[in-house]
Design a protein around this ligand. Sequence first.
Ligand code: SAM
Ligand code: SF4
Length: 338
Amino acid sequence: MDMLQAPASAVPSQGPLLDRFGRTKHKLRISITDRCNMRCHYCMPEDPEWLPRDQILSFEELHRLAALFVRELGIRNIRVTGGEPLLRKGVTDFIAALKALRDDGLERVSLTSNAVLLDRHATALKAAGLDDVNISIDAMDPELFQRMTRGNLEQVLRGILAARDAGIPVKLNAGVIRGDNEQEVLPLTDWARRHGLPLRFIVFMPLDGRGGWRPERVVPEAEIIARLRTRYSVEPLPRTREPATYYRLDGDYRVGIISTVSNPFCASCDRVRLTATGEIFPCLFSPVSTGLKEALRAGAADAELTALIRKAVWHKGKGFIESAGYVQRAATMHALGG
Ligand code: SAM
Ligand code: SF4
């Protein structure tokens, strides 16, 4: 159902960060690197060509933009992502510097990670003030995990527990892909529940770096629920503004399903994305982006950068609900950060 307002015409020059359909943005995702120590087939090209280093914004440049988003544009939550964000040297100091924006209204700084390096960084991230971490884990079977991601499950589990033990709230995200890991829905749920960690299943989106997405590889929300019902009682919970739909299992554990393909949440989307090279993608499915790097490096004043951001966000499309199938874009998921 399309519940979006009819588009308005003029880009506002002040007030909250708005798109032309009346959606206000409160959340910013910053991808700080496109590099990764895994090669999840649903995300990365087989042999990725990394972005040239001189095109990647420095942490000072990223922080300047983040500060504008918070002070001038009303962003309240920032999520640091990648590629794999923990691969970039200085990430902990960057998170501490973002946290210093709390006096300007920033409420949360979060991280999305594959957890491979998390056991090394957990204590420092906690000390830097990180509010929470989302960790991707697609299988409890080590061989299947390796096939899907080329990663080592044991390292990931160690990272998850290290973050939890350091006192960082952890959420788990599991991609579900037909023919790969639909049989992992129950083992993942059992493990997460046993460790008291929230879990969300993410339905495969047509954004992968290899063009491998097919409609028949999408495991619908109903099937994930049917699999859960073979072991648990499943009670739907009222929908919130969050992208996930939540279900209570056996009365004591909550599982979410993020199903952009079958149950898009575009009408309430409050996010905007910034890549490591300073491109604004107002939507995961935006075919085009707006670059800030040139203006930033040419010495643009804050007002000029803010106006560029407002304009980019204003022209955000309706979202997934208006795109059909595979999305061709200059950036794939690993450069956008999910
Ligand atoms: N490397 C970090 C990680 O894996 O959590 C952060 C970046 S990764 C791009 C962020 C999220 O995007 C992961 O949870 C991953 O599962 C998800 N993702 C990547 N490609 C996807 C796709 N084609 N469909 C759905 N989710 C995808
Ligand atoms: Fe790397 Fe994350 Fe993409 Fe996997 S999903 S390849 S861990 S960026």
